[in-house]
Write a protein of this length. Sequence first.
Length: 267
Amino acid sequence: MKGNEKSKVILADRDGFYLQRLKRCLERKGDMTVMGMTDSGPAVLEMAKQGKPDVILMDILLGERDGFWVLENLKKEGISCICILISAIDSDKLVRQAIILGADYYMAKPIQGDLLMERIHQLLRQESGEKAQGAKKEKEPEIAENPFRNLEGEISVMLSRMGISASIRGYHFIRKAVLMAVEDQDVLVGITKGLYPDIAKMYKTSASKVERAIRHAIESAWKKNGPQVYFEAAGYLPAEKPTNGQFIAALSEFFRIQGEERPKKIG
């Protein structure tokens, strides 16, 4: 996007009243414009073909076809935009399927307006940064699809399912730690002297505050849905809540294996 150009958004949900609420929420700050609203999957696809949106925000369950069908056909048509799926169904299988099909983020209803705006702006900034970086490099033929694409979104979904709120600093520290550990397992060796200080520099805080915030986030998760989701990822449930290192190691290993197991597309 250029200058003060508004981000174009398509909304899709079977609830017309809910669509109007979403529209008011997104257009409140004046940097987004809703270019279309519908309850139909094929209509979403047609609007995307004609209007080239920046963001598509849709429920999985639509009146005609569903959100998964839309994701599959966006990919077939070569339409690139940020896709956020929302649903009242909080199912790990649905989340994984959405991410595999190309969704950039998944949110469970009811959605907090401020959190939704924050996520959209984060995804737009990330996409804008990737495009700017790509423009500086000479285009090379794509050899293989990055198996860790959308990793940040997948980690966010898992932390949210555990009950770790994005409003606390520990959420962001854990997500960054897992991302770093997936890319380089060696960061888990001596996290007190390496990982914590590195994250602290990124967020302009201290290593001790990073450690405490992560510990607090894990304690919070363990009182909610954390044990169940941790078991799904790690394959076992410890007698006591895991330490920071154990928690980060388990999640990073889960996402690393997931990334390696995904089929790679040769271009």
